[in-house]
Design a protein around this ligand. Sequence first.
Ligand code: ADP
Ligand code: MG
Length: 304
Amino acid sequence: MTAGEKIVVSKFRHFYATADGPVQATEAIDLAIRAGEFVTLVGPSGCGKTTLLKAIAGFLRPTEGTITCDGKPVREPGRDRGVVFQEFAILPWRTVGRNISHGLEIARVPREKRETIVARLIELTGLAGFEQRYPHELSGGMRQRVAVARTWAADPDVILMDEPFAAVDAMTRLTLQEELARLTAATKKTVFFITHSVDEAVFLGDRVLVMTRRPGKIKAVIEVPGRASGRDWESFKLDAGMQGIAEQVLRLVREERGAAAPSTSDAQRAETIRSQQAAGDSLPPEGRGMRGHPVAHVRDGDPG
Ligand code: ADP
Ligand code: MG
């Protein structure tokens, strides 16, 4: 481990045992995430992104290779690594405030300290005024804010996020992304963030990793200079440098998905859609991206 490296993944390969024999989820992956760095990962569906994240979280043991956090081998989930999944992992019978404090209660953090931590996170995640509400009284975006705050409450050094905003509507997603950029800067977390959206990956990341199709390996690493705590979508969209990086990442992602590549003609695209529909591909739910659809929405869509 080199100084400043928080998470080190070395020669990670994973196979799942299935009735039809082993399924290789990933090819060998080497990766080092520096302390305080925000690393985003994009790649086609099923290429092994979640597998890698679960291994870093300690939810699964790698078939091959090693993963360390602060130089110590990862063998199980730990309080040093918090996870935010796509589904709203919050408790419906607890209020917003008590959802955020849940982990702290389990850890027997004294009440006064809990209240201080919860109050700060309520403020940082824009939940002020909603402390006493129950999850069913909240919008999807608000619920995901609670999930984020809940993970932050335990104050892990490392936050692992698996498409955390994929299930919220497109407008809310923009706000959540800006808030997350501010929150991670304010709290100096090390973040590993999986997304289907190229723009989201470039907007949030210090570095963007692009994975190949399954068995996935790291195909490219793109540095994003100057992640600013106050970055917002408007200035991002007007920044030619940022847009150039986004184009570059998009090209790399498209190479891996095959269909809907920039050179694909409309006729070919229509044929792809027909064959996907014939294969039973259904339309995605609202705000989940445009799986199998023409390229109009591809920039913030689903490369998988
Ligand atoms: P991604 O998150 O990139 O969409 P995953 O890491 O979830 O991909 O999955 C990678 C591959 O491993 C996929 O082909 C998937 O079907 C397979 N896979 C994932 N979990 C299991 C499992 N528990 N058992 C068998 N195969 C699995
Ligand atoms: Mg996944």
